[in-house]
Design a protein around this ligand. Structure first.
Ligand code: BGC
Length: 812
């Protein structure tokens, strides 16, 4: 035998062993026995009616041990996907048939495995796995005619484990990867700690909260046997009408990037070793959040330099954090259908941003290519374009296996190179290996007891407390005194669902049949929070329901308001997301608006507004009617107590606006980084917010008044707390390039922020680094350039206590 032949023989033999190792390791694992209380069956299987809104309540709860600890891994290093596949992954890939490869590219929704009794249909699962060899499943049964309105982690794990046991014994025998919208904690798993919405996280200006939300969400998701979280959103809030504003981390690229980075670390961390982590998935690549007219999935037209300057950076930050997966975008950018766009998915995502991981489509994108966007003749054409032009690896076709079928046909017809299929299958298999699915395909039952631990609830409450943004407080109407006679008005005062919003328990929040009952013991209303502080039942009139329509006569509310010392209105909107949340105006529902006006016009009682909403509704005259305004966003099921604490002065608020709050519809696309000479006159500016304390800033110092490339400067400011409360104070550092020749600079750009606790009567110094490189921008030729000019550094722009230092930026 010649040397080279021997080499190839040995190489082939070791590949076969490597492949066998990867596949066989899973067999050794036993499906864990997890007890569940079963549904009572009558005469065997009982089919559920088509319309089944009142699903059964899963009687099981996780044990929720008060405290627990998880092993620590090094999360600071880059742990993300590599370009090269491991040799055992390559060996497995090479051993697969075309059909097995095509199956790996498909993700279907769990509803396909639900029988007419709302329970698991193993026969359907076997067909999908054995015949079509599908590689992935997504979603929770409660959104797809499942029997239970929300599954305990025990029940969820039994479900995923049972499907997994079929996967590793049938078809290609490759374990499935299961994906779920764990957006703010594991919101689809009963008892799992739900966090405030991402926009609230941004309002805290403390990325630790984004980390915690990811960390706890990952653990709880894994407890249910799920390995992949479709989060975080790295989109930014450039269109305030859009229904998904609350899912983003605000409008600023730097702020969103910091939050996304830490959320990815929390979710994913060292996912190749840590089995309590999941793969994170940044979405939606790209420009989904900027539909021209504010309607979900409508077209975005964005000049490429603007895209690179503002929309790409949070995605880039996540890729630098090592994010394992990306989801492409439903919408259309500059007439491109993302799924088949070379420019977006190859040139930008893969080549320019260097993303090596798995790219999944959004739901049903394949079918939309020819049914909706009309960018393909038929399914084969859509798959052809996606594979040959784009770089999608997995199709969340969701409801069928057409993607696999077409891939097989196209390869056989010579229209798609098998190497392109291999590229995607390789990435998916590597992801599965990195997540440990070949060695531990089943859930880890020991994580179940940690779900809903008080340790996690405390973190959710802390985040909620720090996310409350006080925007107005005339004559110190807040905090309330426990001796004040307070009237509370508005449905959101007495509803967990209304202050939590969508992507909780169900896609669109809880339904009208189950209401808050579905939260079981996992959360509290603001009403309960107030009772907890004051010790007595609050005086509450619903006034209007959550859609803003009158529930009682105006006169009743006006009469009750006259007898109160203060009246607190909860203004809000019905939880919703995606197309279901489309609105055509930011004007509030009439009754909601008019009721506040009536109280203002017919009484002398000071008015406090608490805004609990997906997106900023216009306040118009209510801004002057109200003595105090607090934007509470969607702070989640554990915010009743923190809100009451802040209302009654047990803590001083410390949130800041993570987006510009428009006055009227015409400002829906306005951001604070608008070109310098433009109007920037929102109702509330980006970064606006205050506590109960008077905080003064002094001693703004710069280490040099000249800023040049390679020579960063230090900027410091001292904040003094002149009040009586402890103040958790965020300091935001902005720059304004006063002159930038030929290319108009922005009003302001956020460059850094920090948040520190300042005890009453004391001061803290905040120090930041500013580099010349940060001051560069993308020009019309798509180059990152620097242009000299004078620069103002403003600490806490848009707040009364803002302080400015001036420097000069040099090109060299
Ligand atoms: C949403 C995604 C989500 C997916 C899976 C889509 O409708 O746009 O954000 O991850 O569904 O639930």
């Amino acid at each position: 035998m010649k040397y080279s032949k021997l080499f190839y023989f040995l190489a082939a033999a070791s590949e076969a062993i490597a492949q066998a190792q990867l596949l066989n390791s899973g067999y050794k694992a036993q499906q864990p026995a997890i007890d569940v209380v079963d549904v009572k069956k009558q005469n065997g299987v009982v089919c559920l009616p088509d319309f089944f809104p009142l699903q059964d309540y899963d009687p099981m709860r996780p044990a929720s041990v008060p405290t627990y600890s998880l092993p620590k891994y090094d999360e600071d290093k880059f742990t993300g996907p590599n370009e090269k596949l491991d040799s055992d992954v390559l060996a497995l890939l090479n051993s697969l048939t075309l059909e097995e490869k095509a199956g790996q590219l498909v993700q279907v929704q769990v509803g396909l495995f639900i029988g007419c009794d709302g329970l698991i249909n193993t026969t359907a699962a076997e067909i999908m796995i054995d015949k079509w060899k599908i590689g992935s499943v997504l979603e929770a049964t409660q959104n797809h005619n499942g029997r239970w309105n929300i599954n305990s982690p025990q029940r969820f794990a039994n479900f995923t484990n049972t499907i997994q046991s079929i996967a590793i014994s049938k078809g290609s025998k490759i374990p499935l990867i299961w994906g779920l919208d764990t957006i703010r904690g594991a919101n689809y798993i009963k008892g799992a700690t739900i966090f405030p919405a991402p926009v609230n996280m941004a309002a805290t200006f403390d990325p630790t909260h984004a980390y915690n939300m990811g960390r706890i969400g990952a653990k709880d998701t894994r407890a249910a046997g799920v390995h992949w979280a479709f989060s975080p959103l790295a989109d930014i809030n450039r269109q305030k009408l859009w229904s998904r504003n609350f899912e983003n981390f605000g409008e600023d690229p730097y702020l969103a990037g910091e939050m996304v980075y830490h959320n990815v670390k929390g979710l994913q961390g060292d996912y190749k070793n840590d089995r309590s982590k999941v793969a994170a998935c940044i979405k939606h690549f790209i420009a989904y959040s900027s539909p021209n007219n504010g309607m979900d999935r409508d077209q975005a037209q964005i000049p490429w330099n603007i895209l690179l300057e503002y929309l790409v950076p949070p995605f880039k930050r996540a890729i630098d954090a090592g994010v394992a997966t990306v989801m492409e975008d439903y919408g259309q950018l500059n007439h491109q259908s993302t799924m088949s766009s070379k420019k977006i998915l190859n040139d930008l995502l893969r080549d320019q941003l260097g993303f090596n991981g798995t790219l999944v489509t959004d739901w049903g994108e394949l079918n939309s290519q020819w049914t909706w966007y009309k960018t393909a003749f038929d399914v084969d054409d859509a798959v052809n374009l996606a594979l040959n032009n784009g770089s999608v690896d997995m199709s969340m076709t969701a409801d069928d296996i057409m993607y696999a079928n077409s891939t097989i046909n196209l390869v056989k017809a010579g229209l798609v190179d098998i190497k392109r299929v291999d590229q995607s299958v390789g990435r998916i298999l590597q992801l599965k290996k990195d997540l440990g699915l070949f060695t531990s395909p089943y859930s880890d039952p020991s994580l179940i007891d940690t779900v809903g631990s008080n340790q996690d609830v405390v973190l959710s409450r802390n985040a909620a407390r720090e996310s409350l943004i006080l925007l107005k407080n005339e004559k110190s109407v807040l905090p309330l005194a426990t001796t004040d006679k307070v009237l509370f008005v508005g449905a959101a005062f007495d509803s967990i669902n209304d202050i939590t919003g969508a992507w909780s328990q169900h896609w669109q929040g809880t339904n009208e049949f189950e209401k808050d009952d579905i939260y079981d013991i996992y959360g509290e209303t603001i009403r309960a929070g107030v009772m907890n502080i004051t010790g007595s039942e609050p005086n509450y009139i619903i006034g209007y329901n959550i859609t803003g329509n009158r529930s009682v006569g105006y006169d009743d509310v006006v009469k009750a308001a006259r007898m109160a010392d203060k009246v607190v209105f909860l203004l809000g909107e019905k939880p919703s997301t995606e197309g279901i949340g489309n609105i055509k105006t930011l004007r509030m529902a009439k009754d909601q608006y008019n009721l506040v006006r009536s109280v203002s016009q017919q009484t002398e009682t000071p008015i406090v507004l608490l805004l609990a909403q997906n997106r900023p509704f216009s306040l118009e005259e209510l801004v002057t009617d109200a003595s105090a305004i607090m934007n509470i966003g969607l702070p989640g099921p554990y915010s009743g107590i923190p809100i009451a604490e802040v209302l009654y002065g047990k803590a001083s608020p410390s949130g800041r606006q993570p987006y510009s709050y428009p006055k009227l519809d015409y400002q829906a696309p306005v951001t604070y980084y608008t070109p310098q000479w433009n109007e920037y006159d929102p109702e509330f500016a980006f970064g606006q917010g205050m506590g109960y304390n008077n905080i003064t800033y002094s001693n703004v110092t710069v280490s040099s008044t000249d800023l040049s490339p390679g020579k960063p400067i230090k900027v410091s400011v001292t904040a003094t707390n002149n009040g009586i409360w402890e103040q958790n104070e965020p300091v935001l550092m902005f720059t304004t390039q006063l002159i930038r020749r030929s290319y108009v600079s922005e009003h302001y750009r956020l460059r850094a922020f920090d948040k520190q606790v300042i005890a009453p009567g004391t001061s803290k110094t905040f120090t930041f680094t500013l580099t010349a490189e940060e001051m560069s921008f993308i020009d019309l030729d798509m180059n990152r350039v620097l242009a000299e000019g004078p620069v103002n550094i403003t600490m806490n722009a848009f707040n009364e206590n803002a302080k400015i230092a001036s420097i000069y930026l040099h090109e060299k």
